[in-house]
Design a protein around this ligand. Structure first.
Ligand code: PBG
Length: 339
């Protein structure tokens, strides 16, 4: 043969993947997934008091905010275009007990935060967690009897707390305690109370993960927790079981499904998206955030690029959105890029 043909042409049959990668414009043209501000849910920590901005040591850049400060931040989030905020309370230790009874107080910290945000920033969605762990003095997500986290009693409490959260203005209830039957019971309780429009984001697959460590410090449950959560969260070894668990949430009436933690469980995100066709969200949890921050602060990785790459990976894995402590940073970055 003549001309410029060479051995690689013979091998590839003239097909070359790199033609589409040759310039910025070709790469933009063929880009399959894109991260936008519409994909972001911002998880935020609430503390009692006013004018409090209290850094979480293990999560550089993340602060616990009093309700007034949270409202200011929610306003900024809404202005940046972030669709929703997910709140987690760190309540006074004196209010925590065996059964997490303070979850039923209409004016508890999470409900006060919801009311204040909905009043001041009506155009941001509020997603509230209904597990009992912020309210128990043992750090478990449910009622502890002896050494058992009792399922049905917990579900009853969580469903009541969900209705009270909806009364306070919560738009989406996110049950994170992994009790059996909770989605169905919460759905019925909400409907009974006239909250047909309040949605349920099921923590459909929540794994017994070591990645939650910094979060437990942030809401003050780290030192309290006796034992572990393996009798109610899913074993990280199990994918088929996770799908079965998610299927039950779908049958019981979940509107959206969440996978938690995020990056180590992208296979689950993909399988759930394929299986149910419901919107799927990943929770990039505290330990995932801290890993990236710690390495970046040491100068070992480019924190901003790694942050964006992880979030894009969720999109590629089929997620419709991501709960991420990076949400505000990313939204600011995207706004800068867009202008
Ligand atoms: C428990 C709950 C957890 C998180 C949010 N709610 C897990 C746990 O402490 O067991 C983790 C969030 C994170 O790590 O960012 N209901």
């Amino acid at each position: 043969m003549t001309g410029n043909r060479n051995i690689v042409d013979e091998i590839t049959g003239h097909r070359r993947m790199r033609r589409n990668r040759k310039a910025d414009w070709t790469r933009r043209l063929v880009q399959e997934n894109r991260l936008t501000v519409d994909d972001l849910i911002w998880p935020a920590f609430v503390v009692p008091g006013t004018n409090v901005v209290d850094p979480v040591a293990a999560m550089p850049g993340v602060n616990r905010l009093s309700v007034d400060k949270l409202v200011e931040a929610a306003k900024e989030a809404a202005d940046l275009g972030i669709p929703a905020i997910a709140t987690f309370p760190n309540i006074d230790m004196s209010l925590r007990d065996e059964t997490g009874s303070h979850c039923l107080a209409a004016n508890n910290l999470i409900n006060e935060a919801t009311r204040a945000i909905k009043q001041a920033v009506p155009n941001i969605g509020v997603i509230t967690d209904v597990a009992l762990d912020p309210f128990t003095n043992h750090g478990h997500d449910g009622v502890l009897r002896g050494d058992v986290i009792v399922n049905d009693e917990t579900v009853e409490l969580v469903a009541k707390a969900a209705v009270i959260q909806a009364d306070a203005g919560s738009d989406i209830i996110a049950p994170s305690e992994m009790m059996d039957g909770r989605i169905g019971v919460i759905r019925r309780a909400l409907d009974e109370a006239g909250h047909q429009n309040v949605g349920i984001m099921a923590y459909a697959t929540k794994f017994a993960s070591a990645f939650y460590g910094p979060y437990r410090d942030a809401i003050g449950t780290g030192g309290l927790l006796k034992g572990d959560k393996k009798t109610y969260y899913i074993d990280p070894a199990n994918g088929t079981e996770a799908l079965r668990d998610a299927a039950l949430d779908v049958e019981e009436g979940a509107d959206t499904l969440m996978v938690k933690p995020g990056l180590p469980y992208l296979d689950i995100c993909w399988r759930i998206k394929e299986a149910f066709g419901l919107p799927v969200f990943a929770y990039q949890v505290s330990g995932e955030y801290s890993q990236i921050k710690a390495a970046a602060l040491n100068g070992w990785i480019d924190g901003e690029r790694v942050m964006l790459e992880t979030l894009l990976a969720f999109k590629r894995a089929g997620c419709d959105g991501i709960l991420s402590y990076f949400a505000m940073d990313v939204a600011r970055h995207l706004a800068k890029k867009g202008s």
